[in-house]
Each structure stands twice: as structure tokens, then as C-alpha cells.
Design a protein around this ligand. Structure first.
Ligand code: SF4
Length: 330
């Protein structure tokens, strides 16, 4: 099918809300055969962008520019909703796709979203919904509709940066996160971005709390998007990111928070656990985290740069390099 891309671009801001088009992450479009690009990894999870102009004002997000640049560094080419549904059907049938993740902007998309969820449920694979939700009843409603996992995203870990870059109430969101985690066990997902003013200790203690209430955490490294308030903000120190990844992995395997030793600045100094026995399994620590099968290829890094999150199982050399970067192994 031939598309007049210029016409599409001109209509981009309105067309998503006209219920005609949805965005498909470039890697997903590649996996579904909708785009031919050079990419060595496949997307087991299909990422679909629903909604247009975002009313939220997150200082780190391209969608907050109200020009639909995209989420993180990923491109989201538009396709007609019907074309995408057909491609998803084929992707599920051929077992290329085992989860659908709907990424929804803060815009007037309620009707389209509900309609899409109902249709997608017929594909009989788990659906994750990443959306800025505001109430327990809203979450309950989507779960009843057939969504399997739903986000209550903090994104930012400290109250100060949260207020500065998201401009909404941190305590309210955190309360909603913990209340819903208890009410809907194993259904709640929280995205956390590393790279603001959070210390490793603050981050790891939060990961421990979230693990205890059964929240699935998707860890992201901050990535500066051109044209946003934070376009000049740097990516997190890779050593810090590796230490947080390792801590998250071990916490989820049952290592207690008292085993993690921090210095006065909250930097993780050492882990008093039998890391030797875990070393071989540490590959998982450096892979993309979140819902099962979520790989978000190159969402926060260039393919040839430092891979904060590996969209595939890293090989032994890559694992050793990550361990070295963490500074926890001398
Ligand atoms: S962890 Fe991955 S699949 Fe789950 S909601 Fe987040 S982006 Fe979607």
C-alpha cells in the first residue's frame, strides 16, 4: 500500500483522534512487516501508540511538545488502524508477537482506546496499557475490559524532580500506585527513569517497596529529546545504571534490602550476598525489564552506543563488561 507521507505528516496532529491511524514503533513495524529497516532484533511485544496531542507537560517527553515527535527516541510511523489490526493478527498467528503494549497519550482517546482494546482482546494474547491513569475506578474499568497489565507510572523517583518536570502531585500518584498494587495483585506496572537527582539508595529502596507489593517495574535510562525542556540533560552514569539494574534483579530474586550497603551519598558500595552464585544468571539483570517479553529495542539508547537495556540476552562478554561498569566486581 502506498502512503502520501507528506499528507500524513500534515494531518498527523488530528488524524489519530479521528480514529483512523495509530502509531507503530519502528521496531514493531519491522517485526510486523509494515516497514523494511535494518534491525537485528525482533519485537516480541508490539508497541502501538494511541492518541495525538498530549496535554501533559513532562519536561523529558517529546509528546509534550504538542507536535507529536514521538515517545523517547523511538519513531512511530502511522498506519491505518485496520492495517495494523490485520498485521497484528498475522503476527500473533505466526507467533512473532506474544504481547501488545498500548502507549496512550493524555488526549481525548477514550473511545478509540476502548474500541481497540475490545478488538485486540480477540487475539487472545496479553495486553499491557501504558497510560496516565488517575483513579482506582479507571484502572478497574480497563482491567475489566480485558487489559492484563496497566501502568501507574511514577517515571521520576524524587518528589523535587517530579514536581519540577511533571508538575503534578507526587504523593497522590505514589498513593495510587501502592493502593492499586494491593487491590490488583500483579496487574500494576511502574516505569522508573534513572537520570534525575535520585540517589542509588532512594532508587533501590523504592524498588524493594515495589517488589514487596508485586509491582512490575520497567527501568528506563533518561534520554535527552531534542526540543524538550531537558534536551541538554545528560544520560545517567552507566555505573549507576548497572548497579541499579543488578540491585533490581537481586531484590526480585529475594535478596533483602539490608544486604545492600550505601555510602553517605547513597551510592551502592557493596552487596552482602552470594553474588558468585548469581553471576551466570546476571545476564537477565541487563536486559530490558517490565512486562514479560517487553524489549523496547533502543528506546533510550542508540544501537551503537552504550546499551543501558539490552533488547536481547547479552552474551558472556557483554555481561562481564556490564559487571565491570558497575564497579561492584574488582
Ligand atoms: S513494561 Fe513494556 S510492555 Fe509493560 S507497559 Fe511498560 S512498555 Fe509496555
Amino acid at each position: 500500500m502506498l502512503w502520501d507521507m507528506n499528507a500524513l505528516k500534515r494531518r498527523h496532529v488530528v488524524c489519530l483522534n479521528e480514529f483512523e491511524y495509530v502509531g507503530v514503533s519502528l521496531a514493531t513495524a519491522h517485526t510486523l512487516g509494515l516497514k523494511k529497516i535494518k534491525l537485528e532484533v525482533e519485537c516480541q511485544t508490539a508497541y502501538i501508540l494511541v492518541g495525538s496531542v498530549c496535554h501533559a507537560k513532562c519536561g523529558f517527553c517529546g509528546m509534550s511538545k504538542k507536535t507529536e515527535r514521538g515517545l523517547s527516541r523511538v519513531k512511530w510511523p502511522l498506519f491505518s488502524k485496520d492495517v495494523v489490526l490485520e498485521a497484528l493478527r498475522e503476527g500473533v498467528f505466526s507467533r512473532k508477537i506474544s504481547r501488545i503494549c498500548l502507549q496512550v497519550t493524555c488526549s481525548d482517546t477514550q473511545e478509540l482506546l476502548r474500541e481497540m482494546i475490545k478488538v485486540l482482546c480477540q487475539l487472545d494474547i496479553p495486553i499491557s496499557l501504558s497510560k496516565s491513569v488517575t483513579s482506582v475506578s479507571e484502572i478497574e474499568d480497563y482491567l475489566e475490559l480485558g487489559v492484563c497489565k496497566i501502568t501507574v507510572n511514577l517515571d521520576i523517583i524524587t518528589e523535587k524532580s517530579y514536581l519540577q518536570y511533571k508538575g503534578i502531585n507526587f504523593k497522590e500518584k505514589k498513593k495510587l500506585l501502592f493502593d492499586t498494587a494491593k487491590k490488583f495483585p500483579k496487574k500494576i506496572v511502574c516505569h522508573l527513569i534513572i537520570g534525575f537527582d535520585e540517589s542509588e539508595q532512594e532508587c533501590i529502596e523504592l524498588l524493594d517497596e515495589l517488589s514487596k507489593v508485586g509491582v512490575t517495574v520497567g527501568l528506563f535510562a533518561f534520554f535527552p529529546i531534542k526540543g524538550t525542556e531537558l534536551e541538554n540533560h545528560s544520560q545517567p552514569d552507566v555505573g549507576k545504571y548497572r548497579r541499579v539494574q543488578i540491585a533490581k534483579h537481586l531484590i526480585e530474586k529475594g535478596v533483602g534490602i539490608e544486604q545492600f550497603k550505601f555510602d553517605e551519598q547513597g551510592k551502592l558500595q557493596k552487596i552482602e550476598s552470594d553474588l558468585g552464585a548469581e553471576t551466570e544468571q546476571l545476564a537477565k539483570a541487563f536486559q530490558t525489564t517490565g512486562c514479560e517479553g517487553c524489549s523496547r529495542p533502543y528506546y533510550t539508547e542508540k544501537p551503537r552506543g552504550t546499551l543501558y537495556n539490552f533488547p536481547y540476552k547479552p552474551n558472556i562478554n557483554e555481561v562481564e563488561q556490564c559487571m565491570k561498569e558497575s564497579g561492584l566486581w574488582k
